[in-house]
Design a protein around this ligand. Sequence first.
Ligand code: GLC
Length: 733
Amino acid sequence: MYRLTDEQKAKVKELLSQMTLDEKIGQMNQESVSIVGGFDVPFEELIEMMTDGRITQDEFEKIMSTAEQDYHEDDIRAGLVGSLMVQDPEKCNELQKIAVEESRLGIPLMFGLDVIHGYRTVYPIAIAEAGAFEPELFERTARMAAKESRTQGVNWHFAPMLDVARDARWGRVSEGPGEDPYLVSQFAKAKIRGLQGDMSSTENYVAACLKHYVAYGACESGRDYNTVSMANSMLYNAYLPPFKAAVEEGAATVMASFNDLNGVPCTVNEFTLRHILKDSWQFPGFVVSDANAIRECVSHGIAADEAEAGVEAANAGMDIDMGTQIYKKTLKQSVEDGKVPMSVIDEAVERILSVKMWLGLFEHPYVPQEAMKRYEVLPKEHTDLAREAAEKSIVLLKNDGGILPLGKGQKISLAGQLADNREEIIGAWAMSWRPDDCVSIRQGLENAGAEFEYFSCCGPEAEINEEDVEKACAYGDVIVAVVGELDSMSGEASSRADITIPGKQQEMLKRFLATGKPVVAVLMNGRPLALKWEAENVPAILECWHLGVQMGNAVANVLLGNKVPEGKLASSFPAVTGMCPIYYNHPSTGRPGGRSKFTSRYLDAGFEALYPFGYGLSYTTFTYDGLEAADAGDSLAVTVGVTNTGDSAGVETVQLYMQDVTASIVRPVKELKGFAKVSLAPGEKKQVSLTLNKKDMGFYKDSGEYVLEDGLFRVYVGGNSKDCLMKEITLTF
Ligand code: GLC
């Protein structure tokens, strides 16, 4: 929990009172380790040259490879830098030494980095991990990342990413916990506890950064950086809740998003930054822009030039400028011209100094040498946790004929380039891992002692190797084809207009199916895919996402039955791309999708998700009965019986949804309000109890007012968002 003691607050105020305007603005300036030397334009200009096409990506990378790095030592010495993006511990200490021992006031630096799903021990991408529906796991993995990175100099994570996302064309679906505000909120709170919670030593915690504030995941057409428009009631009910939950959990920092929202870029949006975040929610930390985002307000057309963008950002409540130097170059003049009140500067700097104080940087600015060496080799407890998270994130989508788990004596043809790739298993936004730590699916099967042969055959960007395919068809009793996306096909700037499995991989699957042998498709992907053909033709489909360093062992354990799959989907899968955005918690409409032509449906694709939110099979089966929803004063006491009706043990995620049937604005047909995982032996039945707090049964109106309205409610419980038992109850609040 990010909170300061009174003594710390006093120290911050005392320090602030000693600072010059230059030094204050220095704290508001975050430098990227800009690349200079190999060419005569600054790094930021080079980015623009690539963005607007003046140079190609290849030319950009060639220039970058010949350039040196600029750590801005002189500016640090002059007190003109408050934070940097650096991930080398020796370099962090070197730069910190300049700040602490050579600058006038010795204010320590913060070092931020995108540690989204692990630092050295990379665990599943968020869209996958969220499918474990296990906040305790989310917390443990975050805690591991905090400890690994803090001892390497990084004391600020640009994470968790909390963008509710409902359009899988958007590449950054991979970075967030899916489409549901409640699940994303539980994920958010757990990540804050994990990243910031262990304050027993300054080597165990970091400042979290909630991003991207806000509604970035609603970019029009799923195209990254695109415009966002929505009713305030949608903003309040679907996109803000995870940020509010994380602020209440004590998050230290927030990152504003690139997108414009209802006409105002979030970088300069006083309504979201001041009215909601800092005033209404009383957020005590600081706000940082996204990379280059203040400069982009000129492109947005909301500022005539960079100086004006700087004025708008500062006045809107943007405390730190990431990577443009606009604050550094223009804010002093803007203050002297009366365009930015000194009170705005002082408020921003007080917030920044406070987080540094809370991080213990004034007492412990350096990473101890012995701490740096701690993770030279990944501790077994870390790789065990990474494998546990990976196993729990795997979702069984289809298993016709019980092909899975594979029999011990079965010969397996393992096909697909992705099966033998230990780099693509990592996923987007991981930058401190080492290939030697990674276990490919091929290695995982070897480690498990499976009887298999590997055949490359085809990959996301490769032609089919006919000879390989022929061998794969001939060798195994069963063919396991690993297909999907490269990790570069999801993440930032990676929207896809066609989210089917890319390249010729589907053709490869067809060849395998033609043998008449059992075929298993193992998916490696960073977003929900449009799987209409696969769902109709491939008998077994295992959704394995990008699971991090232990992917190979986790997938092998599930394929071979050493681990029963328990993951669920945190995002709906469409049958075809054209159904995007698609999500379960949608309004009813006046003509709910049905069989009739004149309802909200497609002529060529119906209206339902191919695989809905919350969906996931097991190697066993579960049935539900005896749903009860009793009024228990401040809450509803919901109970249901769950029985394992199969012949293997399994874990089921019991999901609780509600519907406000009639309200003063249209409400979703279902909203997740709780979940519980239950482990059941074959034939075992358990009563599962869930609580639905009445205060959570309301909604926000356009005004931002939260209301609870009397009336009829439906309570749904099931193993996914579609197949549920239901009880009606009338409530008066
Ligand atoms: C990127 C991303 C953001 C990241 C930042 C720093 O553009 O939008 O998520 O934290 O820049 O790398």
